[in-house]
Write a protein that binds this ligand. Structure first.
Ligand SMILES: Cc1cc2nc3c(=O)[nH]c(=O)nc-3n(C[C@H](O)[C@H](O)[C@H](O)COP(=O)(O)OP(=O)(O)OC[C@H]3O[C@@H](n4cnc5c(N)ncnc54)[C@H](O)[C@@H]3O)c2cc1C
Length: 406
């Protein structure tokens, strides 16, 4: 068995987990190389806390190398072209050859593709935007607050609802809640559609209990920044004084331009093995398109990127060692829903269940908020790279003893 090179494109959630697990499985004869255009990793679930002043940017940002096990090579470069036929990747002008390739490039945020977004909206989906939202919210004197989903698909199905509840909480703490109207507008027919009706009813109920207006089935056409107005595709218009918006997402251009992309620009994979239609090429996380038994897409979320990364690492390690890969991704995932006031919901389930995903009703309370803090500590702490390979999968379920398979 000669030394192999495993090239991982993207050092986000999926890429980090894959690299750490592979380094644990394979000896140093084999190279594990991770390529990312950014040197720092942002723990995205905490963007929601940054946005309301509970975190500072440096608390949720970490040098990528410090999240990786020793013996993993890090290349800071922009991936510019992928040629799976010749097993070569071009990154910042360099050619990188591989034996196995893992695509973990995530989903790009494309705020400028929604007219008016850049001028009018707070983008809490990136570090800078979330950091800017908090001082703006502190200056806000009251009026109409809108939280808007610009377009589908978007990552973290719970995020807009969490954002609305956290902003509502912040306004209450400031004593100006009675001067504000808080509303959520989304093209989705219900919150977190793929997780089922019970989940939608629970999340809508959480918002209703805080007097947050919920307006589903409203695809956005554009934002009139000068008039501070949301203009929806059905002609409806709603004014706002403060706007927090999920930006449009799109496939990374380098994927879209590669032979790996499907018609929409994402990467279709086998949902259990994460293999693409090219030999020795896998894709995980937000960059993938996985269709569930009910025809809906598997959501884009870190929980799936994490578990898929572990699956792919185990499969590649088996192949490299001359064994038949047995590990398959079972579709189990989990989710926290921050509700403000130090409280959160938590739900887990099997998204590959047929005919529909089997996701339990969310548990809620202060314990779950603390669970998310523990998860943040685990992910950002040194312990993560030691334990990631085998214990990361469904950690949330493990912490609380909730069965991960329902
Ligand atoms: C506000 C917010 C809250 C969230 N909360 C949760 C949560 O509570 N639970 C949950 O499960 N998920 C959550 N998510 C979603 C989660 O962050 C993503 O689903 C997850 O990061 C996807 O992992 P990934 O590895 O597929 O992609 P990413 O983590 O996005 O990593 C992709 C990496 O690829 C790099 N990259 C992209 N293009 C190139 C290129 N051309 N060259 C080089 N590098 C490139 C990027 O720099 C990035 O580091 C949240 C997201 C947001 C925005």
């Amino acid at each position: 068995m000669s030394g192999k090179t495993i090239l991982i494109l993207g050092g986000g959630v999926g890429g980090i987990v894959t690299a750490n697990a592979l380094r644990e499985y394979l000896n140093s004869e084999h190279r594990i190389v991770i390529v990312d255009k950014r040197a720092e990793h942002v723990f995205t679930p905490s963007l929601l806390w940054l946005m309301v002043g509970w975190r500072q940017p440096k608390q949720i940002t970490k040098d990528l190398r410090r999240l990786l096990r020793p013996g993993i090579e890090v290349v800071k470069a922009e991936v510019q072209a992928i040629d799976p036929e010749r097993a070569i990747v071009q990154a910042s002008g360099e050619k990188l050859a591989y034996d196995y390739l893992v695509l973990a490039l995530g989903a790009d945020l494309a705020p400028s593709t929604m007219p008016g977004y850049v001028e009018a909206a707070h983008n809490f989906f990136d570090l800078e935007g979330a950091a800017r939202l908090w001082p703006a919210l502190q200056r806000f004197e009251g009026g109409r607050v809108a939280v808007v989903v610009s377009a589908m698909p978007f990552k973290c199905p719970a995020a807009p609802y969490e954002a609305a509840m956290l902003i509502e909480d912040a306004l209450r703490r400031r004593g100006i809640r009675n001067r504000c109207e808080v509303r959520v507008f989304t093209p989705e027919p219900q919150p977190m559609l793929v997780a089922g009706l019970d989940m939608g009813v629970s999340v809508a109920g959480m918002m209703a209990s805080k007097n947050i207006g919920y307006y589903p089935n409203l695809p956005l056409d554009h934002i009139d920044a000068a008039e501070k107005t949301l203009v929806f595709q059905n002609g409806k218009q709603e004014s706002f004084d403060f706007l927090a918006a999920v930006p449009p997402h799109r496939p990374p251009p380098v994927i879209k331009e590669s032979p790996l992309a499907n018609k929409a620009g994402w990467v279709t994979v086998n949902k259990h093995t994460l293999q693409t239609h090219f030999e020795n090429v896998y894709a995980i996380g937000d960059v993938t398109a996985i269709t569930l038994a009910n025809g809906l897409p598997l959501p884009k979320a870190g929980t799936f990127a994490h578990a898929e990364g572990e699956t792919v690492a185990a499969r590649i390690a088996a192949e490299v060692s001359g064994n038949t890969p047995q590990t398959k991704y079972d579709g189990v995932g989990y989710c926290w829903i921050e509700a403000g006031g130090g409280s959160a919901g938590f739900a887990s389930g099997n998204f590959y269940a047929e005919p529909n995903p089997a996701v339990g009703k969310p548990h809620s309370g202060r314990l779950w908020h603390w669970g998310k803090i523990m998860f943040e500590t685990y992910w950002m702490g040194e312990g993560f790279r030691r334990s990631a390979a085998r214990s990361g999968l469904n950690l949330g379920s493990k912490i609380f003893g909730i069965p991960s398979s329902l």
